[in-house]
Design a protein. Structure first.
Length: 475
């Protein structure tokens, strides 16, 4: 098949699989290339309670994963019915505020119905379901066990012509894979920067926020009734309480517990130290839930030294090249937004698509700028809080300082009013844009303070927040 009729997607994680589905209706052939061997007919249960099989290329897959409401909406558009399929195979869906014990910015949010769903499952299960869906597409081919090693350009060096991949044999060497579109979804370890520099592009502009985050996670089986109606718990790191934790029920009757330390504070791998660390986070419910729990496997550790925003949209990339997912923006995983951002970028790719030129080729620079904007909302939400830990982070602008103070007041309000918590979650779940937090009625309520905010809410009906209290504090 000729190159213009083919798209090549590099990477078979969430971003790559979603991107393959997104472009499958626009090319005669789509090839997904990944260094890991991919078997769409894999067994889901190699070991009792183990869940779907993880890949070497996703070392973070032994930690708690959640799919936020914005990501679920995007994946449903690409894979209709995928949420129900995940639930049938063991994933849990719950209300993101009513069935969650959530502490943000040092404030424990008051529970209440938010209308936002949170899906918790093992990362291998989510990838397994998407991989089978992609494999079922007649014009998409999964090519595992081969790594991409370079980029092909046309004679003008202004348009992508394909990729260079390892040969599919034991003799070594490489071969060219022509393509009219190359989508890079190779994650935080992407080598695209090196490939571009080798072809004469200047070094890429990067924004970085050092955080030196370490996750240590363990699977447990909790005692019956340990959580009551709660499905998940989460407490983020703050300068005053830098140790964080997340607990979520996942498939096969398991609970995954991820403990977080920043700036070199590493939660212990051995069980006694792990439990002691859990007792030192801001939510005592985590340690209480683990009382009498059965451990189901060894601990796993994952480090996230720095969050990185790669400004490919400023680089005047060759046409026919797109970058999404962690390869574009490596977010702090503590916020749980990575899979959602990748899914939304793929959704944009499906709905917008590269604009064909008169010659039938695909113009992608404008689309790359739009993909970058999808990542920007999550990047800005995490950059401010994380910069408080990072001595080398850029100083925030006066506007960022003001907005940060406003968010702190909003989070304090969410401790007593679930409407404020819902507004925050709609933005952090990437359903609403950040500007939704500046809606007149909400701003009035935040500024007014606890003594008068109910009147402030009730005077404004257009704020998108349900009137009435309807929430409750959990013990």
């Amino acid at each position: 098949m000729s190159g213009p009729d083919r798209a090549v997607v590099l990477g078979a994680g969430i971003a790559g699989l979603a991107a393959a589905a997104a472009v499958s209706g626009r090319f005669r052939e789509v090839i997904v290339v990944d260094r890991d061997v991919m078997d769409p007919d894999e067994q889901d249960e190699l070991e009792p309670g183990s869940g779907a099989v993880g890949r070497r290329g996703t070392p973070q897959d032994r930690h708690l994963h959640v799919l936020l409401a914005g990501g679920q909406n995007a994946l449903e558009g690409l894979f209709p019915g995928v949420g129900d399929e995940l639930v049938r195979r063991g994933a849990l869906q719950s209300d993101a505020l009513d069935h969650t014990v959530l502490q943000v910015g040092g404030h424990r949010f008051r529970a209440g119905a938010s209308g936002l769903t949170l899906l918790s499952a093992g990362r291998p299960l989510i990838e397994s379901v998407l991989r089978r869906r992609v494999h079922a597409l007649p014009n998409v081919h999964l090519v595992g066990g081969r790594a991409a090693v370079g980029l092909l350009l046309d004679a003008s060096a202004q348009r992508t012509a394909g990729v260079v991949v390892e040969r599919d044999d034991s003799g070594g060497g490489t071969e060219s894979l022509p393509a009219g579109l190359v989508v890079v979804a190779t994650g935080s370890g992407t080598r695209l920067n090196d490939w571009l520099e080798a072809n004469g592009w200047p070094p890429l502009v990067l924004d970085t926020v050092p955080i030196d985050l370490t996750y240590t996670s363990r699977p447990f089986r909790l005692r019956e009734g340990a959580l009551g109606p709660v499905v998940s718990m989460g407490s983020g790191s703050t300068p005053n309480r830098p140790r964080g934790a997340a607990l979520g029920l996942v498939e096969n009757g398991r609970a995954m517990v991820s403990l977080m330390g920043v700036l070199g504070d590493q939660p212990p791998m051995e069980l006694p130290g792990f439990l002691d660390f859990a007792g030192d986070v801001a939510l005592p419910e985590v340690a209480e839930a683990l009382r009498g729990a059965e451990t189901l496997g060894p601990a796993a550790r994952f480090r996230h030294p720095v969050s990185v925003r790669r400004h490919f949209e400023r680089a005047q990339l060759p046409e026919g090249l797109l970058i999404l997912g962690d390869a574009l923006c490596t977010l702090n995983p503590a916020y749980g937004q990575g899979m959602t951002v990748a899914a939304q970028q793929a959704g944009l790719l499906a709905s917008a698509g590269p604009v064909p030129s008169g010659a039938g080729r695909w113009q992608t620079r404008a689309l790359q700028r739009r993909l970058a904007r999808v990542a920007d909302a999550a990047w800005k939400l995490s950059r401010g809080p994380d910069a408080a830990f990072a001595a080398g982070a850029p100083r925030p602008s006066p506007l960022e300082v003001l907005f940060g103070r406003y968010l702190a007041r909003l989070q304090a309000l969410a401790a007593v009013d679930p409407r404020a918590g819902t507004a925050w979650l709609r933005v952090s779940s990437l359903v609403d844009p950040p500007r939704a937090l500046l809606e007149t009625g909400l701003v009035r309520a935040v500024v007014a303070g606890p003594a008068t905010y109910d009147n402030a809410f009730s005077r404004e009906d257009g704020n998108g927040i349900q009137q009435g209290w309807g929430g409750r504090n959990r013990p």
